[in-house]
Design a protein around this ligand. Structure first.
Ligand code: ARG
Length: 459
């Protein structure tokens, strides 16, 4: 989804010289973006986020900025658990020692002679991260606190064993995460930094995968968010654009088709597992773009891919059998004058324009899409949700379904006509417009007596 008109990403970048000449341009971009971020700042305070990144991130040019952003998150009262990998560092060390990296299904086979290198490389990566986290903040806006970073034996590990006849040796998996120990540190305001080394009850050290450690930790902590840093800017469509939101069902279908041992296969399936086990949301963002984590967290549309759980509820296009149920949702609102009256015959004729929200098989909401392809615009009409199901996000999901359907038809502007629910649309990225912004055909039908307000949104 393209950025909404009030988000900071849509504001054209202002160079310092330009800004000096037109200070008002800069202000107008900053103010709405800050207002847009404020609800997130508030919502995230005291919440636990698990951030997972590979050893590549440590070597990236953007690393110092990434760490500064993490410090910023901590300063806003977010409880941070960082889980780092060290694959490139391990590969380098093994190479220096004349040893070969061997993988099975994308997972390293760690034999006894290599375990020392794994521990060494992991320790070096950790030292770099700790050092960076200890750096004094570069901007005065962040309180100059010294972030305390802790780690420990939080992971009880066990060997993976033999997979397809391949002995994985000292490559292990998580048996248990000591959530209480981690929470104790978080309560004290520490940033918890975890590596991929886990210890078994027999005292052996195992090399684990970074996504498994992060996922199991997020589940054990009942984290609000699990964030993965990827090589790509998110999960990509065939045309290279980022899929902005995915429900777990779509996400697991995509993950199962992804190339073996790819970021998407590993991280997307981990994200799905986490969401299914109670983590609020998972986010896949690009490690190469500076500030991606801030943009993802503090704007409505984010920058990467967000995964959240499928509810029992379904959205689907309406069929002729649904007309009765549709009318039962729409009619009360027509009587209150919130929706324009639509006779049964009209709905029967236009039923394929409607989308329905269902809960346990019961139709509880609807919305319709009326395209005006010649104008490149479409109307989002008749958005209604049964009062018993208000404030549960159905309206928003219906709106998103309509946006998606419109985009698939090559439409980039959505408009609504409303008399009573302007605020709802304004909160969701619509901006005030006038009758002259409507497609000509629609202008001809505009009911001046009803005097609806027009709102538009670029999608
Ligand atoms: N900032 C919000 C959050 O962190 C929404 C992010 C939406 N991101 C997306 N890729 N659609 O929960």
């Amino acid at each position: 989804m393209p950025p909404d008109p009030v988000s900071p990403i849509s504001a054209s970048p202002v160079s310092p010289t330009h800004a000096a000449a037109h200070p008002s341009t800069e202000l107008s971009a900053f103010v709405p973006s800050f207002r847009g971020s404020a609800p997130y700042i508030h919502a995230f305070r005291g919440k636990t986020f698990v951030v997972c990144f590979g050893g590549e991130v440590v070597a990236d040019d953007t690393f110092p900025n990434f760490i500064a952003d993490l410090n910023l998150l901590a300063s806003l009262g977010i409880r941070l658990v960082l889980v780092h990998g060290a694959r490139p560092q391990v590969e380098k060390l093994l190479e220096q020692r004349g040893m070969e990296s061997r993988y099975h299904k994308g997972i390293r086979i760690t034999d006894e002679s290599q375990l020392g290198s794994v521990i060494g490389a992991s320790a070096r990566a950790r030292a770099r991260i700790e050092a960076a986290l200890s750096m004094a903040p570069r901007t005065a806006s962040v309180a100059p606190v010294h972030n305390r970073v802790t780690g420990g034996n939080f992971i009880v590990a066990k060997p993976i064993g033999v997979v397809d006849g391949v002995d994985m040796k000292y490559s292990g998996e998580v048996r248990r995460i000591d959530a209480q120990a981690i929470n104790d540190c978080l309560k004290d305001g520490d940033i918890v930094l975890m590596s991929t080394l886990g210890y078994s009850t027999s005292g052996d050290t195992f090399n684990l995968t970074v996504e498994e450690v992060a996922t199991q930790t997020a589940i054990a902590l009942k984290a609000s968010k699990l964030i993965f840093l990827l090589d790509t800017p998110g999960v990509l469509e065939a045309d290279g654009s980022v899929m902005s939101t995915l429900y777990t069902r779509e996400a697991s279908a995509i993950a199962s088709k992804a190339p073996q041992a790819s970021d998407v296969q590993f991280f997307l399936s981990a994200a799905v597992r986490a969401c299914q086990k109670g983590v609020g949301r998972a986010h896949l963002i690009g490690r190469k773009s500076d500030g991606a984590i801030l943009q993802e967290l503090f704007t409505r549309d984010g920058i990467g891919t967000m995964i959240s759980v499928d509810s029992l509820d379904n959205l689907r296009p309406a069929t002729i059998e649904d007309v009765g149920a549709l009318l039962s949702i729409i009619e009360p609102l027509e009587r209150q004058g919130v929706l324009v009256a639509r006779p049964r015959a009209l709905i029967e004729r236009e039923v394929e324009r409607f989308y329905l929200a269902e809960h346990d098989g019961q139709i509880i909401g609807c919305a319709a899409l009326y395209p005006f392809p010649e104008a490149g615009k479409a109307e989002l009409a008749c958005l209604a949700v049964n009062p018993d199901y208000r404030r549960e996000g159905y309206g928003e999901r219906l709106m998103k379904a309509i946006e998606k359907a419109a985009k698939e038809q090559g439409i980039n502007t959505l408009f609504v006509l409303t008399t009573r629910t302007a605020a709802w649309f304004l909160e969701r990225g619509f901006t005030p417009a006038t009758v002259t912004d409507l497609p000509e055909k629609k202008q001809a039908l505009y009911n001046f007596e009803r005097a609806s307000q027009v709102y538009v949104k670029q999608i």
